[in-house]
Design a protein around this ligand. Structure first.
Ligand SMILES: Nc1ncnc2c1ncn2[C@@H]1O[C@H](COP(=O)(O)OP(=O)(O)O)[C@@H](O)[C@H]1O
Ligand SMILES: [Mg+2]
Length: 250
């Protein structure tokens, strides 16, 4: 692994009782790129992201963000913007009010709140109660929250869920723009087609790691549609997938 990995997961494993949700997963996230963490529902994506962010303790293995375990990373809340289920808006608050509450916690100005509202296209809805927002608007508010402190790294768990095709295009353009600004983006999805035009690098998991590399490497054989390649990685057994990967790299 290169020294430049913004995020490095090494042998990450999580057992819930007798059930192994994530097994020996190793990958790194390179700076200034959009990395897609891809896998079916239940593949272990959220558990992996939670281990990276210190929200779930790995059974074994380690994860670092900017070279530190997340819980020991100085200024973590400002350097890393996170979108993940369970971080919802304050009950009863409008989008703007919710963002202002976060802004105070993060030491960010009200002017910045207006900036992020604009960036995610929520300015017109900013003063309505956030609980009445559509799923897509809630996703936009969550991204606005993640962007508040101008983070270097964004970790987004299935931000495309519930978005309509316009929303998915908006998300794609937004994530590309964030990477173009030099930020690093780690985004999970269960839909490969959704992120195909968004990601530079791909990490495919199905409990175990099935592929880690650039999108170009994943598609280099040209013979297979990306989606078919994805299914052959997640449906094949881990040994076959690892062998495929070695062949790809040979
Ligand atoms: N706290 C938990 N206790 C028991 N099983 C869990 C827990 N969290 C996740 N799992 C299980 O681990 C597997 C991976 O879950 P998850 O990481 O949420 O997958 P994904 O995000 O890829 O859909 C699933 O089978 C899920 O039911
Ligand atoms: Mg999940």
């Amino acid at each position: 692994m290169s020294a430049a990995g913004v995020v490095r997961a090494s042998g990450l494993t999580k057992e819930f009782g007798p059930f192994t949700a994530v097994q020996d997963v190793t990958f790194e996230v390179r700076p200034g790129r959009v990395t897609g963490l891809l896998g079916r529902n239940g593949a272990g994506k959220s558990t992996s992201l939670r281990m990276l962010l210190g929200l779930v303790r790995p059974t074994s293995g380690t994860a670092t963000v900017f070279g530190h375990p997340y819980t020991e990373l100085p200024d973590a809340a400002r350097r890393v913007g996170v979108c993940m289920d369970g971080i919802g808006p304050t009950p009863g608050a409008s989008g703007r009010r919710d963002l202002r509450i976060w802004a105070r916690t993060l030491g960010v100005s009200h002017a910045r709140v207006d900036e992020v509202l604009d960036r995610v296209g929520l300015t017109d809805a900013a003063d309505r109660p956030a609980k009445g927002y559509s799923t897509g608007m809630k996703q936009r508010l969550a991204l606005a929250t993640a962007l508040l402190a101008d983070p270097e790294l964004l970790v987004l768990d299935e931000p495309a869920n519930g978005l309509d095709p316009d929303g998915i295009r908006w998300l794609r353009d937004t994530l590309r723009a964030l990477a173009a600004e030099g930020r690093t983006v780690l985004v999970s999805s269960h839909l490969l087609a959704e992120v195909e035009q968004t990601v530079d690098d791909v990490v495919v998991i199905q409990r175990t790691l099935r592929f880690a590399g650039s999108l170009a490497e994943l598609t280099s054989d040209g013979a297979q549609r990306l989606e078919d390649r994805f299914f052959s990685l997640v449906d094949g057994d881990a040994e076959t997938a690892a062998r495929t990967e070695r062949l790809t790299h040979a």
